[in-house]
Every structure is written in structure tokens, then in C-alpha cells.
Ligand binder design. Structure first.
Ligand SMILES: Cc1cc2nc3c(=O)[nH]c(=O)nc-3n(C[C@H](O)[C@H](O)[C@H](O)COP(=O)(O)OP(=O)(O)OC[C@H]3O[C@@H](n4cnc5c(N)ncnc54)[C@H](O)[C@@H]3O)c2cc1C
Length: 394
């Protein structure tokens, strides 16, 4: 089971940072290609490279295949990865969301059989929580699982399952007691995506990618040994899953936006916009300034998040403030840069003001999803209103 590693000293973390930097400097870092099939292959190979060099599962226990270091070590590596313009490995849902829950709540054989393969990228995982009419109100989910001998028999539908059509395993929430109050009749199952009775249908996002899909389950047999935790006790695990890595995620994403803004400034600088027409130069300064302010606010907000991460405390209602602000900042940074592209944002391979239109238009479109996944902004506002401000329930 995951233990909180001893707090790391500042010197220890700096030494670790130096090791990350020097490894990244001597490593051939792939660029993440935009075409999805190629991206999946390249980033899976990248995951194998990171794993072989000991950079995955940094804060996981050693018997789960991890390094047994602190969450702050993991954050340091994530920061250095972003600064090196290196992509994230493909199995991020497994690494950041599913794996820590199996590590904490799984049986010894689930941990020893599944986690090493999850870390190495041999198995790619998806998360089957959302359903039609059960996204924000997740406890309303209807996919049902009935016990039949040594198996559960699962039928229903999931939606927005990221990488579901390419994944080999799914961490799924299912209803095992339809008579219990909503959140009390739910179980957490590990489902082999190659099981007979599973059909996936990719959905196209507005970026043009097909990163997520619908998953249809028709009498799928799942061994009872694949139940995580207690039968009907899945809600507590789901809450852990949803909250567990949010602090680390926020801090990692913040550095990624900072790096993105530096890249944009570099591209704009190369085009010498200061010497160009003053109205255009003003637009550039305003866009960069707005993004810079948004990032500074996020940095200030997340100061306490680092302490929470180090202490392993969470999930807490303050995470919702971080999530809300994070969404805003992502949309602000990519929105401001994309505005500078003007109509040329639709012209692939063009470079208005020196900016790479293909990259920034894509990232701007993707940023719209930030206020939906992981809990929508409206839901974060409800949490803040009720749990932090003590306002009446929605
Ligand atoms: C890019 C992307 C990847 C995703 N990946 C996954 C994944 O891998 N696995 C997975 O399980 N899910 C995934 N999701 C789904 C995501 O978690 C849900 O979309 C999200 O929880 C919202 O649920 P919904 O889409 O059903 O919206 P709904 O719950 O139907 O909400 C619709 C609108 O109503 C608002 N609303 C709902 N209830 C309230 C309320 N009480 N008060 C105020 N406003 C309210 C919402 O904020 C939203 O604006 C992904 C989504 C995206 C965009």
C-alpha cells in the first residue's frame, strides 16, 4: 500500500533536479506528432524509455514497481520534463489516476500483476466513469454488474472514455446494488478491454482527434478477483481516484503553461514584432501581458498546494479553487496567443507574427476541454460555495 515517503530536504530535491536535467540533456526526446495513431506509438515508446531509466512511479512504493520517493520528487521530474519540452508518456491516466488507486486499495495480486505492466507502458489504461446522464452527477451511473459464480456480468454504456479504443484495461465504476442509495451501490472493477462483449466507438473532438470513445458493454464477464476494495464500496475509491493526483496535476500543468508562454514569446520575438506596426505590437504586448498575469496568479494560488502535496493530504475543497483557476489560465494563455493568429489560425503551416499556427490553433481548441474534464467549472464553483463559503446546498 502507498506510504507517504519522508519529506525531502531542499538540498536533496535540488540534487534530484540536477539528475533529471542531466538525464534529459543526454536523452533523445521525441516530439509528439499530431496524427493520433503515430502519437500513440511514439509516446508509448517514450513511456518505455522513461520507465527503463527509473523516472516513472517516482512516488509509488517499491513493491508496486515504483521508486519509493516523495511526491515532491515526482513534481520536480514533471517540471524538468516540461522545461525540456519533452512530452508526457502515453499512459498518463494509468500513471496519474488509476495506478495510485490500485496501489492503495488493490489486493496484493492486483498490485503485483497489474502495476509493473502499467508503469512500463505494456498495458495502457482508461477510466470508465462517465455515462450518458451520469457525468457531473456520477453517482447516477447505470452500468450494472451482477454476480454470477466467480464472475460479475457487466452491461451498460460508458462515454468520453479517453484512449478507451486503444487501451488494454479499464478502471470502471459499476452499479452492483440497484436498491441501495445512489452512491452506496457502486463497485470499482478492473475490466480487460479485450473481453468478449465490449465494443468501442471513437468520438471526434473539435481538434479533429479521436482521443476518446463510447464503450458499450453487453454481458461482459469480469472475474470477481478484479473487484477493487469492497463490493458496493467503490464510491470511496472513486473519490480517491478523482482527488488523488489533482494537486500534482495542477502543479505540472502550471509549468507546462509557463513553458508554452515562453515558446510563444520566443516565436514572437524572432519575428521582431516590436519594430512592426505599433497597433500590432500593442496587441502582442497585451496578449503576453494578460497571460503573464494569469500565470502569476496561478503560481501564487498554488503555493499551498505544494505543501499539501508534500504532506499527502487531500482531496480538499481548496483543490477546486486550483482546478477552477487552472482552467481559466489554460484558456487565457492559449486563447490570447491564438487571437494573435487572426484568420490564419485556419491555415495549417502558416506562421502569422512568427507563431506556429498549427500548434497554437490546436492547443487553443484543446484548452476548451479543461473546464469540462475532471469536473466542470460549474461543479467546482458549487463545491467552493458549499464547502469553503458555507452557502446552502445547490
Ligand atoms: C477531453 C475529455 C476527456 C474526458 N475523459 C474522460 C475519461 O477518460 N473517463 C471518464 O469517465 N470521463 C471522461 N470525461 C468526461 C468528463 O468527466 C465529463 O464530461 C464531466 O464530468 C461532465 O459531465 P457531462 O459531460 O456528463 O456533463 P453534465 O453533467 O451533463 O453537465 C452539463 C452541463 O451542466 C452543468 N451542470 C451539471 N450539474 C450541475 C449542477 N448541479 N450545478 C451547476 N451546473 C451543473 C455542467 O457543469 C455542464 O456545464 C472526459 C471529458 C472530456 C471533455
Amino acid at each position: 500500500m502507498t506510504a507517504i515517503a519522508a519529506p525531502a530536504s531542499a538540498t536533496e530535491l535540488e540534487e534530484y533536479r540536477d539528475r533529471c536535467r542531466s538525464w534529459l540533456a543526454r536523452t533523445s526526446i521525441p516530439r509528439a506528432p499530431l496524427p493520433l495513431a503515430e502519437r500513440f506509438r511514439v509516446l508509448r515508446e517514450w513511456q518505455r524509455t522513461l520507465h527503463a531509466a527509473g523516472w516513472l512511479g517516482i512516488a509509488w512504493s517499491a513493491d508496486a514497481g515504483g521508486q519509493g520517493l516523495s511526491h515532491l520528487h515526482q513534481l520536480v521530474f514533471a517540471e524538468e520534463l516540461a522545461r525540456a519540452r519533452a512530452p508526457q508518456p502515453i499512459g498518463l491516466i494509468g500513471l496519474e489516476v488509476v495506478g495510485p488507486s490500485i496501489d492503495r486499495f488493490g489486493t496484493p495480486s492486483q498490485r503485483s500483476e497489474l502495476l509493473p505492466r502499467l508503469l512500463s507502458g505494456e498495458d495502457i489504461w482508461c477510466q470508465g466513469f462517465s455515462e450518458p446522464d451520469a457525468g457531473s452527477d456520477l453517482a447516477s451511473l447505470r452500468t450494472r454488474a451482477e454476480v454470477d459464480g466467480d464472475d460479475f456480468v457487466v452491461s451498460g454504456q460508458k462515454v468520453w472514455t479517453s484512449w478507451g479504443h486503444l487501451a488494454s484495461w479499464c478502471a470502471m465504476l459499476v452499479r452492483t446494488d440497484p436498491t441501495a442509495p445512489k452512491s452506496r451501490g457502486i463497485s470499482y472493477l478492473l475490466v480487460d478491454m479485450s473481453s468478449p462483449g465490449i465494443t468501442t466507438r471513437p468520438l471526434t473532438q473539435m481538434t479533429g482527434d479521436q482521443e476518446f470513445c463510447e464503450v458499450f458493454l453487453d454481458r461482459v464477464r469480469v472475474p470477481r478477483a478484479n473487484l477493487v476494495g469492497e463490493q458496493n464500496g467503490g464510491w470511496a475509491i472513486a473519490r480517491h481516484t478523482l482527488g488523488t493526483e489533482r494537486a500534482a496535476y495542477t502543479l505540472r500543468r502550471r509549468v507546462e503553461y509557463e513553458v508554452a508562454l515562453q515558446d510563444a514569446i520566443h516565436e514572437l520575438g524572432a519575428c521582431r514584432t516590436r519594430d512592426a506596426d505599433p497597433a500590432r505590437a500593442y496587441r502582442v504586448r497585451a496578449a503576453v501581458g494578460r497571460s503573464h498575469v494569469a500565470l502569476s496568479v496561478l503560481r501564487a494560488q498554488t503555493r499551498k498546494t505544494v505543501d499539501r502535496l508534500a504532506a499527502g493530504t487531500g482531496p480538499v475543497a481548496d483543490d477546486s479553487v486550483d482546478k477552477l483557476l487552472l482552467n481559466h489560465v489554460e484558456q487565457q494563455v492559449y486563447g490570447s496567443i491564438a487571437e494573435l493568429l487572426g484568420p490564419l489560425r485556419a491555415a495549417p503551416d502558416s506562421r502569422p507574427l512568427g507563431l506556429d499556427a498549427t500548434r497554437w490553433a490546436h492547443d487553443r481548441l484543446y484548452s476548451r476541454a479543461a473546464s469540462i474534464y475532471g469536473g466542470t467549472s460549474q461543479i467546482q464553483r458549487n463545491i467552493i460555495a458549499e464547502r469553503l463559503l458555507g452557502l446552502p446546498r445547490d
